[in-house]
Write a protein that binds this ligand. Structure first.
Ligand SMILES: [Zn+2]
Length: 220
């Protein structure tokens, strides 16, 4: 059944079976057909013949244009009524009609698609070139004396910021030291004993003459 259909198809579209297209062109045509006929299949290359299931169209490298069209028509059919393995339901008159329509669609639009693709490639190349130029300019600027000075200025600024931050931390630490020193002084002045003498384990009596000095000495 299928073999008969294939030979008939070759008679109907001899030119399209002769014409081989590159993988890139096939991909381009496939994307356009997919957008127009609204199916969501993926495309992959490297098969001996064309195949189509519910999710994927598979083709040989540099396929004939007719292979691509044939499988895309199956993609549309399978979208409508699910996967059909042996192709008996798929290879029908309707499939031929669909193929003919799709060939027409491709023939009418391929020049436009190719131009569009070329323009896009050119734009991509230009933007890449621009990026490259900018990167080179930046590099040469960084290597120049002016660039080095600017870089050092930036580093100077960040070093100054770090010094400022360190200074404020230092200030905080010193303030705390002062606070505790003051508290300690107050306690000693009032004659309150806070710690035992380490040698004798006896309360240290405040010195009547130099209360602070004596107590500190005893504590050490
Ligand atoms: Zn088929």
């Amino acid at each position: 059944m299928s073999l008969l259909y294939y030979s008939k198809e070759r008679e109907l579209f001899p030119k399209e079976f002769e014409e081989h297209i590159t993988d890139g062109v096939a991909q381009l045509f496939f994307e356009r057909i997919k957008a127009h006929y609204k199916f969501r299949h993926g495309l992959e290359f490297g098969y001996r013949r064309g195949l189509c299931n519910l999710y994927r169209v598979s083709l040989p490298h540099n396929p004939p244009l007719a292979f691509l069209i044939h499988e895309c028509c199956h993609a549309i059919q399978f979208k409508k009524w699910g996967f059909n393995r042996n192709g008996e339901r798929a290879h029908t008159k309707k499939h031929t009609i669909l193929m003919r329509r799709m060939f027409l669609y491709v023939q009418n639009h391929r020049a436009y698609w190719t131009d569009l693709d070329k323009a896009q490639a050119e734009r991509r190349r230009l933007s890449y070139q621009n990026k490259l130029n900018k990167a080179q300019e930046l590099r040469s600027f960084k290597d120049s004396h002016q660039g080095k000075i600017e870089n050092l200025r930036k580093r100077e600024k960040s070093a100054l910021t770090r010094i400022k931050r360190g200074n404020s931390i230092l200030k905080g630490i010193r303030r705390k030291i002062k606070y505790y020193e003051k508290r300690q002084e107050e306690q000693t002045k009032g004659g309150v004993v806070v710690k035992l003498c380490p040698q004798e384990l006896l309360p240290v009596p405040p010195c009547p003459v130099h209360p602070m000095i004596m107590t500190l000495g005893a504590l050490q």
